[in-house]
Design a protein around this ligand. Structure first.
Ligand SMILES: Cc1ncc(COP(=O)(O)O)c(C=O)c1O
Length: 384
C-alpha cells in the first residue's frame, strides 16, 4: 500500500451520507432510569408460550441448518395463503429478517437513481432513509392533521409526476393509528391505473385493528402492490425477526430475493420453524387477545389524557399509537423534552414529518397502571 492510500480518510459512500440515527432513537438514549416508555413501538405483551416452546423444541431436537434463501417452503405457503385474493404461489413470497428487511429490499429492488417515491407525512422515518439509500428522492404527501391524519386523495394525486416510481401506504399507520378505508384504496388504484407506479404496502400492523373488520390490503385493489409484513407486532415477536415480502409482481420478489440472499442468506431457521405456528387457532386467539388488550388501553389512555391534562388525542383505529395534540401547551419537541426530564418518554411529532408538528406520538405498550403513572408524571412536568 502506498503512503497516499494509507493516508486516505474513510469517506462514507454517497448512498449512506446524511443518514442519522432517528430522533426516536436519540430520545431513548437520553431517557432517565425508571422512565415510563410511551415512546416505544414494540409490544410489551409476552411472546405466546406455544411459540416459545416450539422454538425450544426445534432448537433441542432438530438440526437447524440454512433454509433456502427464500425461506421454508411450508412457511411461504402459509404466507401466500394469507392473501387469497392474490392467488400467490410460494415463489412470490420471500421470508425476510423482519419486515424492515423486506421494506429495504423492496426499495432497492425497484428504485433507480433519481426516481421519486411518494411517502406519507407523517410516517415511520425508515421509508425516507430507505429511499435515500436506494438513490431515489422522497416526495411527501400530507395526511392532513386537520383531518385527524386521514388519507386525502387530492393531496396524493397532486404529488405524482412522470418520475414517480413508487408510492408508500401504511395501514394501520405508525405513527397515527389510522386505517386506510376501502374507498381510499379504490381511489389510489384509480389514480395509479396504467401509470406503472408500484405501491409498497406496509402491513406490519394489519392484525392489530380495533375496528369491527380487519383492515383492507392495498393489494386487493391494485395489482402492482408489494406487501411488506411480518409477525413482530401481532405476536410480540420483534426479536425473532420474521417478516416477508409478498406480491403478484414476481420479478420484484425475485430481485428482492437475490439481494436478501447476499445480505442475510436466510432468516433464522429456528424462528422460521416456530413461525409455522403463526396461523394456527392458538395464534389467532393470541392475536385477538392482543387486539382486545391494546384497544382497552388505547381508550383508557385517551380518556385519562383528556381528563387529567385536557389534551385531545386521535382515536386509534389500529396499531398501538395515538397522536396527542399539544399545540395548546407549546412546541412538541419542548413538551417531549419536559416529559423526558420527568421520566416519561414520548416522541415529538416532528420525528415523523412536518405534518405532525404540534403533536406527540404516544404508544400504549404499557398496562393501565403504568399509563396512569405516566400521565401523572406528565401533569407534574407541566406544573413545574
Ligand atoms: C411501520 C413499521 N414498519 C416496519 C417496522 C419494522 O418491523 P419489523 O422489522 O420488526 O417487522 C416497524 C417497526 O417498528 C414499523 O413501525
Amino acid at each position: 500500500m502506498t503512503a497516499t492510500q494509507q493516508d486516505k480518510v474513510f469517506q462514507v459512500p454517497r448512498r449512506l451520507q446524511g443518514i442519522q440515527p432517528t430522533l426516536i432513537r436519540q430520545i431513548f438514549e437520553r431517557a432517565l432510569p425508571g422512565s415510563i416508555n410511551f415512546g416505544i413501538g414494540e409490544p410489551d405483551l409476552p411472546t405466546p408460550q406455544f411459540m416459545r416452546e416450539e422454538a425450544a423444541r426445534v432448537t433441542l431436537e432438530e438440526q437447524n441448518g440454512y433454509t433456502s434463501h427464500a425461506g421454508l417452503l411450508s412457511l411461504r405457503e402459509k404466507i401466500a395463503a394469507q392473501y387469497p385474493h392474490l392467488n400467490l404461489d410460494a415463489n412470490q413470497v420471500c421470508v425476510t429478517v423482519g419486515s424492515q428487511e423486506a421494506m429495504t429490499a423492496a426499495f432497492l429492488s425497484i428504485v433507480e437513481e433519481g426516481d421519486e417515491v411518494l411517502v406519507p407525512n407523517p410516517a415511520f422515518p425508515a421509508y425516507e432513509n430507505c429511499v435515500h439509500i436506494s438513490g431515489g428522492k422522497t416526495v411527501f404527501y400530507r395526511l392532513p392533521a386537520e383531518k385527524d391524519f386521514a388519507f386525502d386523495i387530492e393531496e396524493f394525486k397532486s404529488k405524482i409526476t412522470s418520475k414517480t416510481k413508487i408510492a408508500v401506504v401504511i395501514s394501520p399507520s405508525n405513527p397515527t393509528g389510522k386505517i386506510f378505508t376501502k374507498e381510499d384504496f379504490q381511489a389510489i388504484a384509480e389514480v395509479l391505473k396504467d401509470t406503472g407506479i408500484y405501491l409498497i404496502s406496509d402491513e406490519i400492523y394489519a392484525d392489530l385493528y380495533f375496528t369491527k373488520n380487519a383492515p383492507h390490503s392495498a393489494s386487493e385493489f391494485y395489482e402492482r402492490t408489494i406487501i411488506v409484513s411480518g409477525l413482530s407486532k401481532s405476536l410480540s415477536m420483534t426479536g425473532w425477526r420474521v417478516g416477508w415480502i409478498a406480491s403478484s409482481q414476481t420479478d420484484v420478489v425475485k430481485a428482492a430475493l437475490t439481494l436478501h440472499g447476499f445480505m442475510t442468506v436466510c432468516t433464522s431457521t429456528i424462528s422460521q420453524k416456530a413461525a409455522l405456528l403463526g396461523w394456527t387457532d392458538e395464534a389467532e386467539r393470541a392475536k385477538a387477545d392482543a387486539r382486545e388488550i391494546y384497544k382497552r388501553r388505547g381508550e383508557f389512555l385517551i380518556d385519562i389524557l383528556q381528563k387529567e391534562l385536557g389534551l385531545r388525542a386521535t382515536a386509534p383505529e389500529g396499531a398501538f399509537y395515538t397522536m396527542v395534540d399539544v399545540r395548546r401547551i407549546g412546541d412538541d419537541a419542548e413538551v417531549a423534552e419536559k416529559f423526558l426530564q420527568n421520566r416519561v418518554i414520548t416522541v415529538p411529532g416532528i420525528a415523523f414529518g412536518s405534518e405532525a408538528k404540534g403533536f406527540l406520538r404516544v404508544s400504549f405498550c404499557n398496562p393501565e397502571d403504568r399509563i396512569e403513572e405516566g400521565v401523572r408524571r406528565m401533569k407534574e412536568a407541566l406544573s413545574k
